[in-house]
Design a protein around this ligand. Structure first.
Ligand SMILES: Cc1cc2nc3c(=O)[nH]c(=O)nc-3n(C[C@H](O)[C@H](O)[C@H](O)COP(=O)(O)O)c2cc1C
Length: 307
């Protein structure tokens, strides 16, 4: 039990501590239950899920790069109905134990986001809130993500906002962040998750082919961290709604940097591939850091960065 109050309010989602998991790096939670007690975490965010199943991209879809990994999983998912049926009992129990379950919503068009969110809202009563992943390729826009422009992101939010009364978050692509963040706030977003992976390329020079089945993939890991801290700081200064920092959190100090930059919550991503118990270790280290700062409440440390 920490001497510091670790509870935070992330856009109406009550979290017993600021530690969350990054979508796509923690499955649906139950895959990690043999490594540690998942209910110690403040929240988990589940892998992006669409109304209908998506097969994802062909293999290979993961490769190591210096300082991180690159993936082209392509949002493989079983569809909301199968997700709710298979993972619902575990996630209901997690919610009963006070860990917020945030379900991530995927779609290839505005209509697909709405269809998926309608199903989530109906079939997942244990969800504390939903997160729109506006980085999915939009078919109507020739593959560009809805979230890559202020208008595109705002359009998704405007269509989805009336679908649920629960907190609605947005996972942001690392582009035009302050202006897109302001557009999403104006349309009623309750919180922003910053950042998604950054597009990269890795070429096998012997075969002259991509190391993935596609030319590009999303970069994750420690190499992202300083960029993500800068982006969280910019977004936290641009909007009033809370921000969850994501990108290269491997230690409690990395998580603390996000909090000092203005984040209310922090998500652990690639670190779970290195050590499946990383989220709970990072929570302990964050508690130790908060205690070392001589505060009684971690909320006092949010945005406390001094230049
Ligand atoms: C294998 C893999 C799958 C991912 N799937 C998703 C996803 O479904 N939705 C999403 O918003 N982000 C997804 N991400 C991005 C992470 O949530 C996170 O934003 C990114 O990895 C940066 O955090 P990290 O450096 O701590 O891993 C995925 C990342 C990885 C490595």
């Amino acid at each position: 039990m920490s001497a510091v109050n670790m509870a935070v309010d992330f856009g109406g989602i009550k979290m017993k501590n600021p530690v969350n998991t990054a979508s796509g790096t923690f499955g649906y939670g139950w895959q990690f239950q043999n490594f540690f007690d998942v209910s110690e975490l403040g929240a988990i965010t589940t892998k992006g899920c669409a109304a209908e199943p998506w097969a994802g991209n062909p293999k290979p879809r993961m490769t190591e790069v210096p300082g991180g990994i690159m993936n082209s999983v392509g949002l493989q998912n079983p569809g909301v109905r199968a997700f709710a049926e298979e993972s619902g009992p575990f996630l209901q129990d997690l919610s009963d134990k006070g860990t917020a379950v945030i379900c991530q919503v995927a779609g290839h068009s505005v209509a697909e986001y709405v269809a998926a969110l309608e199903l989530f809202d109906e079939l997942c009563p244990w969800a504390a809130g939903f997160e729109l992943n506006v980085s999915c390729p939009n078919i109507a826009a020739g593959g560009a993500a809805c979230g890559s422009t202020p208008n595109g992101a705002a359009e998704v939010m405007r269509a989805c906002r009336p679908v649920t009364k629960k907190p609605l978050l947005v996972k942001m692509a690392p582009v035009r962040l302050p202006e897109i963040a302001r557009a999403l706030e104006a349309e009623g977003a309750d919180g922003l998750t910053v950042i998604n992976s950054i597009p990269g390329m890795a070429i096998d020079v012997h075969t002259r082919r991509s190391k993935l089945s596609r030319p590009t993939g999303g970069l994750s890991g420690p190499l992202l961290h300083p960029i993500a801290v800068r982006m969280v700081w910019e977004v936290a200064n641009a909007v009033q709604i809370p921000v969850c920092g994501v990108g290269g959190v491997m230690t409690g100090e990395d998580a603390a940097e996000f909090i000092l930059a203005g984040a209310t919550a922090v998500s652990v991503g690639m670190a779970s591939f290195v050590d499946p118990a990383a989220p709970v270790r990072i929570l302990r280290e964050l508690e130790e850091w908060a205690e070392s700062q001589g505060v009684s409440d971690i909320n006092e440390l949010r945005g406390a960065f001094e230049c």
